[in-house]
Design a binder for this molecule. Structure first.
Ligand code: ADP
Ligand code: ADP
Length: 225
């Protein structure tokens, strides 16, 4: 059974008289442990699909099953809970809270986990060690390089041990050397069995993945392994 199953998925935006099919009859199946790159021109539907898969947004029509659980009928509260427990997000802009230390940023997804403060600290520290940032735990984001900030956000994405890691242009704000360092982290996560989806404009990034999905006009026009 696939980890992600999309069936006849439509996402329609109505602007005045015009109906835009941001996703147009999408069918897609992704197995646990796959590392998938998603490419395509601007406006082709990549972010819309990531938002649906990430339970940030609901499709207009069709079905979405995450780990066999039907998502399209879930309430907003259920979606928020699924997002928090099962999905890790990494964004181009890091999205760290500037007033919090690296450690406190990584603790955030565990706030409602029922873990004690001490347990949250320990798990966050462990996650930061895994991305090579043990020595920067007490620093705020502004005291860290872009690559270090992205490591913090990867640690935050992984701290609840999600089913799925979603990354939207994760290296878009980084230089080429740092990009390689970050992609090597993704590669190592893939080797440990994580399921990873990465949206990218760069072919060199896509090469780290084992599968490439190409979007155009809300449809998948190519899917190759
Ligand atoms: P990509 O991520 O590939 O750049 P998007 O998923 O952001 O593409 O957009 C797909 C299509 O949906 C585009 O035509 C875009 O203009 C449209 N779209 C996205 N979000 C909205 C919105 N909130 N309202 C209206 N149209 C939208
Ligand atoms: P874009 O790809 O258009 O630059 P982002 O990658 O920053 O946008 O964000 C993609 C979507 O995820 C947006 O709809 C945004 O509201 C949402 N989002 C951004 N940050 C978070 C977050 N930390 N947790 C949950 N959702 C987020």
């Amino acid at each position: 059974k696939p980890l992600i199953l999309l069936e006849n998925l439509n996402k329609i935006y109505q602007t005045g008289e015009e109906r835009i099919f941001a996703l147009n009859g999408l069918n897609l199946s992704i197995e646990e442990g796959e590392f998938v790159a998603i490419m395509g021109p601007s406006g082709s539907g990549k972010s819309t699909m990531m938002n649906v898969i990430g339970c940030l947004d609901q499709p207009t029509e069709g079905h979405y099953y995450l780990n066999n659980q039907p998502i399209a009928k879930a309430s907003d509260d259920e979606l928020a809970a699924i997002r928090n427990k099962k999905i890790g997000f990494v964004f181009q802009s890091f999205n760290l809270l500037p007033k919090l230390s690296a450690l406190e940023n990584v603790e955030l997804p565990m706030l409602y986990s029922g873990l004690s403060r001490q347990e949250r600290r320990e798990k966050a520290a462990e996650a930061l060690e895994k991305v090579g940032l043990a020595h920067r735990m007490q620093n705020r984001p502004t005291e860290l390089s872009g690559g270090q900030q992205q490591r913090v956000s990867i640690a935050r994405a992984l701290v609840n041990d999600p089913l799925l890691l979603l990354a939207d242009e994760p290296t878009g704000a980084l230089d080429s050397r740092t990009t390689v360092e970050i992609m090597e982290i993704f590669q190592s996560l893939h080797e440990q069995g994580k399921t990873i989806l990465v949206v990218t404009h760069e072919a060199e990034i896509a090469e780290y993945a084992q599968r490439l999905i190409l979007f155009r006009d809300g449809e998948i026009v190519e899917d190759k392994r």
